[in-house]
Design a protein around this ligand. Structure first.
Ligand code: ZN
Length: 146
């Protein structure tokens, strides 16, 4: 191979790396799991909490405890809070969710034991199976910030 052809090949390879790395970086970030806005922990989809702040910005949290801690530091009331139904992974407005404190720790770093359900029957089933208590009134998560 001539020196000129070798130089051309090296240049083309360098160009491919220059163009390819940012594309690869974007692809890797796109597939990365979202992180908790409070502690940076990975968010398990079934335990995700979404908070819409007073400015309309979304914030994701890994668990109820993180979202509550973060909300206590805010000066404005949130516009909305959504928890995730542990049974089917769907978002539930916090006002309509049923919460159970049980012996089962959520798979998040801090080991929270409060679980969210969309259906009261699912909450009762979890409470019965895992020695839980259905939370009411002020015992419910986020009752201080709503
Ligand atoms: Zn967190």
């Amino acid at each position: 191979m001539s020196k000129r052809a070798t130089n051309w090949l090296l240049g083309a390879a360098g160009l491919a790396v220059l163009i390819g790395l940012p594309i690869l970086g974007n692809w890797a970030r796109r597939d990365a799991q979202p992180r908790c806005a409070l502690d940076g922990a990975r968010i398990a989809p079934l335990f995700r909490i979404r908070v819409v702040d007073g400015q309309g910005q979304w914030h994701l949290f890994c668990c109820i405890d993180c979202a509550e801690l973060w909300l206590k530091r805010q000066t404005e009331k949130p516009r909305a809070i959504f928890v995730t139904d542990e049974v089917n992974g769907q978002d539930i407005a916090v006002e309509t969710a049923h919460f159970v404190r049980s012996l089962v720790a959520a798979p998040t770093g801090n080991g929270g034991r409060v679980h969210a359900f969309g259906q009261v029957a699912d909450a009762e089933r979890h409470a019965q199976a895992f020695h839980g208590t259905i939370l009411t009134d002020r015992a419910k998560p986020f009752s201080e910030v709503r």
